[in-house]
Write a protein that binds this ligand. Structure first.
Ligand code: MN
Length: 489
């Protein structure tokens, strides 16, 4: 699935009451809105005007078409006249695509001098949209409501964020993951119910023995490895003369990529506890695959791998970067956290070109792996962590500010990024731990809370937001009440 192949359908709600002339206006106005919004540059994907719904059959037909159309990633509905919405029930109960209720109006102001009943009848969004919103509430429809003038940038950007979330949902529904081996022994948060994940998110998570990869890399040719080693030079800077360790990473990357392509998979996991027959733990290999958009989770963590793949897909065209990351160590005095992993951080978040280095690895009992070493970018970002709470999934979204490390760390042989957590280190970490967030997460500079919240709403999963306003005591209370509510659902 390609991001650029997706689109959104713009459907207008109306009725026959005001006559053909009004309906002609409704359609003309809607087409102007769609055309100008597409030209604004604020929407990552196109909107297409599809139809004006006037009957129950109209609504059911267009929603049935949307459900079956692979390119249609979601529906935007706008009620331009007074549009009765009981006629939408049969369509909406069958709806399988993300839904945005756009509460706008063709003109931004009330033309006081000229206003008459014809104008009123055409511009009854405040009327028809409330009727439509009642139906959304009555049906418990998982919809985003965007309110505001359709030409305003901030309004268009809200739609744009929902488009990214909806594209992520479309991608998620067909996502396949390859797990090389199982989870790291005895780790809890990386476990989960793969059947429930497929029911909820569509993910096909399956395991292959690492021996299959060892076999696969035997068929990679020296010429392919030569090309891959050269390819690395386009993106990274060699800090070493002897490229033997890099050649092995190239071999592993090519082998993994062949297996992923054969399976049509966009994410993978591995674990240092299961490297039988391999010379090094994949480091550079994994990092370079993440750069290309593949999701990754270490220690068998398939949930973070899937979320990283989805977040990368949702971020199409943005340049901030996204990576698998792990909370490692704190500076309590400076109020900073240092995120890293033993090898596998994605170079899309690097400040400068990443360096290729070779160092020993304390665990795994293998040869010294080649890896990319770099510092992460400065700037606002989010950490996203999906955990399974028995009967349900919960996505934690933690707002952070990434900062330049205040001192050099010349002896740290891994990529790293330092951040100030919101509201502060202690309360942020406490909130995260109260909500059961994992040590692994996806670090995204491209997506903010709103996109991830939209994703959770469409997927009907719990979302926990940790930001500048978070009070751990209030969050504890909120989690307690939400837990009861989710268990009753
Ligand atoms: Mn880890």
């Amino acid at each position: 699935m390609q991001f650029k192949d997706l689109e959104f359908w713009f459907i207008v709600g109306s009725q026959f009451l005001y006559g053909e002339e009004t309906l002609r206006h409704v359609e003309e106005d809607a087409k102007i809105m769609v055309e100008e919004m597409n030209k604004s540059g604020n929407l990552p994907l196109p909107v297409r005007y599809k139809t004006t719904v006037k009957t129950c059959e109209d609504a059911s037909d267009i929603i049935a078409q949307a459900n079956y159309d692979k390119a249609c990633a979601g529906i935007i509905v706008f009620c331009h006249t007074f549009s009765p919405s009981k006629m939408w029930i049969n369509g909406l109960v069958a709806l399988q695509k993300p839904y945005l209720h756009f509460h706008s109006q063709f003109l931004s102001t009330i033309p006081n001098e000229e206003i008459n009943m014809d104008y009123m009848n055409l511009h009854q969004s405040a009327h028809g949209d409330r009727e439509h919103a009642f139906m959304g509430a009555r049906l418990d429809l998982k919809r985003k409501i965007v309110v505001g003038y359709w030409k305003d940038k901030d309004v268009q950007e809200k739609i744009g964020k929902w488009m990214r979330a909806s594209a992520g949902v479309a991608f998620s529904k067909q996502l396949k993951l390859v797990r090389f081996g199982d989870n790291m022994r005895e780790v809890g948060v990386t476990e989960g119910d793969k059947v429930e994940a497929q029911i909820k998110f569509g993910w096909q998570v399956n395991t292959w023995p690492v021996g299959d990869l060892v076999q696969k890399i035997q068929y990679v040719t020296q010429e392919e490895v030569d090309k891959q080693v050269e390819e690395y030079e386009k993106h990274y800077v060699y800090q070493i003369e002897d490229k033997e360790a890099v050649r092995y990473q190239a071999l592993v990357e090519l082998g993994m990529k062949k297996m992923l392509e054969e399976q049509g998979a966009h994410g993978f996991t591995n674990t240092f506890e299961n490297l039988y027959g391999m010379e090094q733990l994949p480091g550079l290999a994994t990092q370079d695959l993440m750069r290309q958009g593949y999701g990754f989770g270490a220690e068998g963590d398939w949930k973070v791998s899937a979320m990283t793949a989805i977040i990368k897909f949702m971020s199409e065209g943005l340049t901030g970067g996204n990576s698998f990351i792990e909370d490692y160590t704190y500076d309590f005095e400076a109020g900073l956290a240092l995120g890293a992993h033993m090898l596998e951080v994605c170079p899309t978040i690097a400040t400068d070109k990443a360096l290729i280095e070779v160092h020993p690895l304390g665990i795994g009992g293998k040869k010294d792996p080649a890896r990319l070493v770099f510092e992460g970018k400065e700037g606002p970002a989010c950490l996203a962590s999906l955990v399974q709470m028995g009967n349900r999934f919960r996505l934690l979204v933690h707002e952070i500010d990434c900062v330049k490390p205040h001192k050099d760390m010349p002896n740290l042989p891994t990529a790293r990024v330092m951040w100030e957590a919101k509201p502060n280190l202690a309360d942020g970490a406490k909130a995260w731990m109260l909500a059961g967030g994992a040590h692994h997460s996806t670090l995204t500079y491209d997506l903010d809370f709103e996109v991830l919240q939209d994703f959770c709403r469409i997927m009907d999963i719990e979302c926990v937001h940790i930001n500048a306003d978070t009070d751990p005591d209030k969050l504890e209370e909120e989690l307690f009440l939400k837990d009861i509510a989710w268990k009753l659902k």
